[in-house]
Design a protein around this ligand. Structure first.
Ligand SMILES: NC(=O)c1ccc[n+]([C@@H]2O[C@H](COP(=O)([O-])OP(=O)(O)OC[C@H]3O[C@@H](n4cnc5c(N)ncnc54)[C@H](OP(=O)(O)O)[C@@H]3O)[C@@H](O)[C@H]2O)c1
Length: 238
């Protein structure tokens, strides 16, 4: 599918799956607006990808900043949120501040973004959120992550009715090799990714490009709405 003349806004587009999606949109002839809090990271990505990529810096937890960003961006075609700021720890150890950050990236962000994108998004466009396998395969340390992923899916299903004919979908990744795991030491990161790979039917963890392709699939298919696309290497049944 060609993205010539199309503009895609990617919340979290400065790294991981969002950045891979921006690369693919540009390769398909479209424009991407990559959004996040870290201007230097976003600008470095934009400089690498060229003039079809622009940067918008704001924190998804700041309602007026989100509104102002969408007012500046103006008319566009597709919204994708890969934003996440997550802490993996047992529920009894999580601080309120850590939970607030998680809520911002996976609830308030998608909520504010949908609300303030709605007047600007094309009627034949779409919104795609990213949830995650934790909602389906509980694992110690991921209680809040699981809750937010499940909540995001419920939000999206209802939004598909409220914002129709704009389509609203969710991509649910399994474990994917992205900077999200950079909080681990190199050895722990490799250990985690290797053990997950060995446990999966596909024998490997995901790459950012796998998930970017999944986002393109739901964005580009005008008959897909209110759908959760699982892209987890078979992780739900492993
Ligand atoms: N990687 C995995 O194994 C995995 C597994 C299951 C689900 N997922 C989900 O898949 C999605 C993409 O994951 P990923 O690994 O590609 O993510 P990632 O590389 O960690 O990128 C997430 C982006 O979110 C942005 N962000 C975080 N909090 C924000 C805030 N308050 N306001 C604005 N931007 C914010 C960050 O940019 P700034 O630093 O510039 O703010 C960052 O670039 C996420 O929703 C994640 O939960 C990932």
């Amino acid at each position: 599918m060609s993205y010539h003349g199309k503009k895609v806004v990617i919340l979290g587009g400065g790294s991981g799956m969002g950045l891979s999606l921006a690369e693919k949109i540009v390769a398909l002839g479209g424009q991407a607006v990559i959004c996040g809090r870290n201007t230097a990271k976003l600008q470095a990505a934009a400089d690498r990808l060229g003039a079809a990529v622009s940067v918008s810096t704001f924190d998804l937890g700041e309602e007026q900043a989100v509104k102002a960003a969408f007012d500046r961006i103006g008319a566009f075609d597709h919204l994708v949120s890969t934003a996440a700021q997550l802490t993996f720890a047992p529920a009894v150890e999580l601080t309120t501040e850590q939970v607030q950050s998680m809520l911002v990236s996976k609830f308030w962000g998608p909520f504010y973004a949908s609300k303030y994108a709605a007047p600007h998004i094309a009627k034949n466009g779409s919104i795609t959120f990213f949830s995650g396998l934790a909602a389906y395969r509980p694992a110690p340390g991921a209680s809040v992550v699981a809750s937010l992923n499940a909540g995001l899916e419920g939000f999206a299903m209802t939004l598909a009715l409220e914002l129709k004919p704009v389509r609203v979908n969710v991509v649910s990744p399994g474990v994917v090799d992205t900077p999200t795991w950079d909080f681990l030491s190199d050895a722990d990161r490799k250990g985690l990714l290797d053990s997950v790979a060995a446990s999966l039917p596909v024998g490997r963890v995901g790459q950012a490009a796998d998930l970017a392709d999944a986002a393109l699939a739901v964005m580009g298919n005008g008959f897909i709405s209110a759908t959760v696309l699982h892209v987890d290497g078979g992780g739900r049944v492993a």
